[in-house]
Design a protein around this ligand. Sequence first.
Ligand code: V4E
Length: 221
Amino acid sequence: MYDWMSVEVERKFVCSADNLKTLEEIGAVCVGQHQIHDQYFDTPMFDLTLRDMWLRKRKGCWELKCPTVDGTEGEQSKAALLCTRYKEITNLAEIQLRVREAIKDVCEDSEMSSSHVEESWLSKVNLVCFAEFTTVRRSFTLEEEEAVQIDLDQADFGYHVGEIEVLVPEGGDVQSALEKIERTAQKLGLTGDQRVEGKMNVYLKRNHPEHYAKLLSKRVL
Ligand code: V4E
């Protein structure tokens, strides 16, 4: 399968000093601290995010997150309901294809081959940056939970959030990822039964409140 297409299964949690202590106690290994600068793009009418499609540029690379249908949606456990699942696409040609498909009714017919310089494809489909922020991320792993990463994020607009995530290759075992995340959440002592807001929720609430309200009403967020 394609290595540029995987499914990110993720549970966010409220991040506190206690989590750091617990991470130490359960023997989590800090695998790095990075600064991440993200720019998110959409049409002026927000045609992508209204379809739950999130296009961003991170470290000079394009990434698109879009909803996934993986067959685990039906009867969902409480633990699964706390997780999000998004297809993550990093191949520019595939991203352009999906973006063009999503906004074909609103953009002029345009040729978007990967040979175009990327700024030209942005203007051709009328994509503009609607969110930009930097995050300091500390990442941890647990020896006994292969492929699980725990991130503690501090966004520059003053929001802290934790994430437990597993990247599943396209067609891989989402159920087992959900189980790994649940076991990790229990080790961390997470008790909340509500989904926790991501950085973008908080950013949009502050900077694009009308669009945020629309996303809530359409149940995208
Ligand atoms: C998918 C999504 C957005 C794009 C950003 O995704 P997120 O995982 O929140 O950001 P980040 O920086 O942690 O990315 P990573 O480094 O893990 O790839 S913005 C909003 N969504 C949808 C969404 C949702 N509906 N509910 C929750 C809890 N999170 C995200």
